[in-house]
Design a protein around this ligand. Structure first.
Ligand SMILES: [Zn+2]
Length: 319
């Protein structure tokens, strides 16, 4: 199994500082407890690194090594997806453009957001397109995205990647619930201790966005009057012994529980299934965000799957 990015950061700090890995890890642990666990392991590692006078700025990093808050990020990756170019008006009324690129290397993949019209024009001219390897310099991390402004640079690189070593699937880092941080894509092994819902809402069949009801009709902002699709959402509380967290399960992710589409659509059947979920231990993967109403973290589940016993044993042997 590949080294996780925390281990890789520790190794880098160790190499650069000449201190042993154990010593570095002890410093990280001390830093975290001083900050009452409010900082992730990786974040604490960054603080320790800078206290030791080590900076990763300006260094070429693997995508998996990028951390929220990093500046002057340099990274090379192959473009695996590009969004349409979007035009918008800035605060002072000028027209500007933005485009998203997803780039992958052999460690992970990341969304890159291009705000500079010169960079956007490289996409419009087709110089940067899917399958092209690009080099990004001076990017800045916002949560888990690289943002490129007019101080940043992006150009076509002649570096190559073997197709089969590219990591193009979304990467979820394995975390304990108490370690989950906002903006993170993570997976966690936990028990379902409470289940609420389902609630249903209506979406546009074309774009999947929420529709508004106007009298008898349902209206999508983009597609006008539509016959909406009904989607379910359930809220769970997960607990892994370190902490608990709310988990939002939208329609498709409920399939991970082995619930059929026709059952998800039926409120009565789905309500009855709730009982079966309680006490289940599964691996939940998704994105951590702050719930606006409760102002605490919750995970938007993208994937829920059964625990693979062999994998768990391997993990335990590693510890
Ligand atoms: Zn629509």
């Amino acid at each position: 199994m590949a080294q996780d990015n925390y281990e890789r950061i520790v190794e880098k700090i160790s190499k650069r500082s000449g201190l042993g890995k154990d010593e570095i890890e002890a410093k990280i642990k001390a830093k975290r407890s001083k900050l009452s666990g409010l900082i992730s392991k990786e974040g604490a590692a960054q603080v320790v690194a800078s206290e030791l006078g080590i900076s990763f700025e300006g260094e070429n990093l693997k995508i998996d090594e990028l951390l929220p808050g990093m500046r002057n990020v340099n990274v090379v990756g192959k473009v695996i997806r590009i969004s349409p170019v979007r035009t918008f008006k800035t605060k002072n009324g000028e027209e500007s453009k933005v485009v998203n690129l997803w780039i992958a290397d052999d460690s992970s993949n990341v969304r890159s957001v291009l705000w500079d019209t010169n960079h956007v024009s490289l996409v419009e001219k087709g110089e940067i397109k899917e399958g092209v390897v690009v080099e990004i310099n001076n990017g800045a991390m916002r949560d888990n995205e690289i943002h490129l402004g007019n101080f940043s640079d992006i150009k076509v690189s002649d570096e190559t990647f073997k197709e089969d070593e590219l990591v193009t699937e979304k990467v979820f880092h394995k975390k304990k619930i108490s370690d989950l941080k906002k903006g993170e894509s993570a997976s966690t092994r936990a028990f379902v201790v409470q289940a609420f819902g389902p609630r249903y809402f209506s979406v546009c069949p074309e774009c999947g966005k929420k529709v508004e009801s106007e009298g008898q009709d349902f209206v999508c902002k983009t597609h006008g009057k539509v016959i909406p699709k009904k989607k379910a959402v359930m809220t769970l509380v997960l607990d892994d012994g370190t902490d608990s967290i709310r988990a939002v399960m939208f329609h498709e992710s409920l399939r991970g529980f082995g619930i059929e589409e026709s059952e998800i659509e039926n409120q009565e059947i789905l309500s009855n299934k709730k009982e079966d979920l309680l006490g289940k231990e599964m691996i939940f993967s998704g994105n951590v965000r702050i719930n606006n109403f409760f102002n605490n973290p919750e995970i938007i589940v993208e994937d829920a799957r059964e625990v693979n016993v062999d994998e768990v044993i391997k993990e335990l042997e590693k510890e």
